[in-house]
Ligand binder design. Structure first.
Ligand code: SF4
Length: 303
């Protein structure tokens, strides 16, 4: 077995005791159905650790992905949000954007609070992820690749949580380093390359992957995710027209909500379709209008 796989197994086995102090179900494994979370799921199985895998539905999931998970991973627990994606958009009064990615924060990232959560984050995925570490705690409370540093931090926090009572039982069952909405995150496959991922799925555990990869999709997140590239958004528009219609409807609702509240309608001279096109372009509204709307008026000017 490759060294990089063995390291992941070691990480999982060493931290299992800690995970069990937070939940008798063990690790909370965040499963997305994508290739990385498949690797995470299967390496956790190989490590023989206790875990419960969860998939967070958002309501705008790729239907093929949901079918793949149901068929191939029936033991993965489906978590449904308290508020649908569309209800959340209305509450936030705006469509999510790359910089205001509130939907992930609320619909996905809150899951697993108070547990030791496993994710399939890999440094090779992006520049942003290249700065991530093996051991992390939410709200940037801790981040490091060193297991020893993590242990030190945990002990320090646990002492604080017992109100400096040096005579308190220093047992993992009573002394905890995180509370409330925080969670310890462990990224066991952080150092895997793309090649490691495909080698592991195809040659080590020999499992199927979601058909969307074979159709040229690279990110299997939600449909019309603001993190998708413009090219991907255009492809979604062509291939998932029902979801586009849902976006057009929410745009109308957002507009009507603003009018009902007596607030200015930023999209006053735009149809829902135009707002959608602007949103997919990822451009500033004024720039998009200057390039598209005014151009349109010019085209209709009498000669
Ligand atoms: S994957 Fe994209 S659309 Fe889905 S919840 Fe996260 S940011 Fe929002």
């Amino acid at each position: 077995m490759k060294e990089v796989y063995q390291r992941s197994i070691d990480i999982l086995q060493k931290s299992e005791k800690l995970a069990l102090t937070y939940s008798d179900k063990g690790y909370f494994l965040a499963f997305s159905g994508g290739k990385d979370s498949q690797c995470l799921y299967h390496i956790a199985k190989l490590a023989g650790v206790r875990f419960e895998a969860h998939y967070s539905h958002t309501g705008i999931d790729h239907p093929e992905l949901v079918r793949f998970i149901r068929r191939n991973y029936p033991d993965v627990i489906s978590d449904y949000p308290e508020m649908t994606f569309w209800q959340l958009v209305r509450k936030k009064r705006m469509l999510p954007t790359k910089l205001m990615r509130y939907c992930c924060e609320i619909l996905k990232e809150t899951k697993g609070a108070g547990t030791v959560t496993l994710t399939g984050v890999r440094r090779a995925e992006s520049v942003k992820r290249s700065k991530r570490n093996t051991y992390e705690v939410t709200r940037h409370l801790f981040s490091s690749d060193s297991e020893n540093d993590f242990e030190e931090w945990r002990k320090e926090q646990s002492t604080k949580n017992t109100n400096q009572d040096q005579f308190a039982e220093q047992s993992e069952s009573v002394v905890r380093c995180i509370n409330g909405k925080d969670k310890i995150i462990i990224n066991p496959i952080i150092d895997w390359s793309d090649e490691d991922v495909w080698d592991f799925l195809n040659n080590v555990v020999k499992v199927e992957h979601c058909e969307l990869y074979d159709k040229g999709w690279h990110r299997l997140g939600c449909l019309f995710c603001p993190m998708a590239s413009i090219r991907e958004l255009r492809r979604m528009e062509a291939e998932y027209p029902k979801y586009k219609d849902a976006y057009l409807r929410i745009i109308e609702r957002l507009r009507n909500d603003r009018i009902a509240q007596g607030k200015p309608d930023y999209w006053t001279d735009m149809s829902a379709e135009e707002v959608f096109q602007w949103w997919c372009s990822k451009e500033k509204l004024a720039k998009w209008k200057a390039e598209n709307k005014q151009q349109l008026y010019l085209d209709f000017e009498p000669h």
